[in-house]
Structure formats: C-alpha cells, structure tokens
Design a protein. Structure first.
Length: 186
C-alpha cells in the first residue's frame, strides 16, 4: 500500500512538471478606450509586453476616440464576435467616458458605465481594469461602481498626458496577476 501511495505521488509530481514545462499560458488582453492619441497607453503597453517574459496576446485594441459608452453597449449586445473576444479575455482594460463628457451630464455617464460594467460581468469574470476619464476630477461615483462590480479602478486624472506611466502601472498589475497564476502548484 505504501508503494502505491509513493508511486501515485511521484506520478503526480511528474505530471505537474511536464505540464509546466510544455504548456504555454497566455494572457489575453483586451483594451477598449476613447482616448486621444497623446493619451493612448496601448503602444507603450504593447512595448512593455514585447520585452517581457509574459506570454500575451493583445486580442483586440478597440481604441476609437469617438466611441460613446452607449454605442459600445449596443455593439456588445449585437455582435457575437465582440462577445466572444470579451469572454476570452483574461484582462479587460477600459477607459471610456471622455467623449461622453462633452454631450452628457455625469449622472448619465455613471448610469451608462453601470450598464456597461453589468454587461461585461455577465460575459467575463476575469480581471477588468477601469481608467476614469482624465477630464473628470470627481470620481467617487466611478469608484463606487467599480467596487460594486469588482473592477480595479485607476484615476485617469492622475495620468493626464502620461500614457507611459499608466502603461507601466497596467503592466505591473498584469504581471503580478500572471506570476500568481503561473505558480499555482507551489
């Protein structure tokens, strides 16, 4: 009986070792933002990933400086391909509300963000990071929605015209999560 238990434990350790040596884990990153070109962090984030040991796939970069929150919600509901991309993402980075601020009041933006967060959580239970619009200084209501839907919050007004710094912050957060998942068996 002892030999059987020892054989079983050795087999399990060998399986774990082979799995970790051969399996390549990828982090699928999705970025949805409406930032102006000078504030877009995606090129910097891509550069940081390309220099790192993290196996990543930048599934999609939905950078569109004219996208409004309600339009994104409609696209998610109507386009199955977009739902699949959201579902497959390990990390979703959202920075929306910039263009909405020009035509809507803050309460409408908060309501739309709540609807977006709810929809994203129905599709994906992985890490979501929200970067508040840099032009909005009072972000308490955004923080409340992020806490409610278990979304990491970053104050975008702290990073106006500093996309390299926000990219570094995002990269560090993603790397920390990746390393934690990478060594699950220890």
């Amino acid at each position: 009986m002892k030999k059987l238990i020892i054989l079983f434990l050795i087999s399990c350790l060998i399986i774990i070792f082979i799995y970790n040596k051969n399996y390549k884990k990828y982090i699928n990153v999705l970025s949805i933002n409406s930032l102006e070109k000078e504030d877009d962090f995606n090129p910097y984030l891509t550069s940081l990933f390309s220099k790192s040991s993290i196996n990543y796939k930048f599934i999609t970069d939905y950078t569109n400086k004219t996208i409004e929150i309600e339009n994104l919600i409609a696209k998610i509901r109507d386009i199955d391909k977009l739902k699949n991309v959201i579902h497959q993402s390990n990390v979703i980075i959202i920075s929306l509300g910039n263009i909405d601020k020009k035509t809507e009041d803050i309460n409408t933006i908060i309501k739309e963000m709540k609807d977006l967060f709810k929809l994203l959580r129905e599709i994906n239970n992985q890490e979501i990071i929200y970067i508040s619009p840099p032009s909005i200084k009072n972000t308490i209501l955004f923080k409340e929605q992020c806490v409610k839907y278990k979304i990491k919050y970053i104050n975008g007004s702290s990073f106006i015209h500093k996309p390299n710094l926000i990219a570094q912050l995002l990269y560090n957060d993603i790397e920390k999560s990746w390393n934690k998942e990478k060594y699950w068996f220890i």
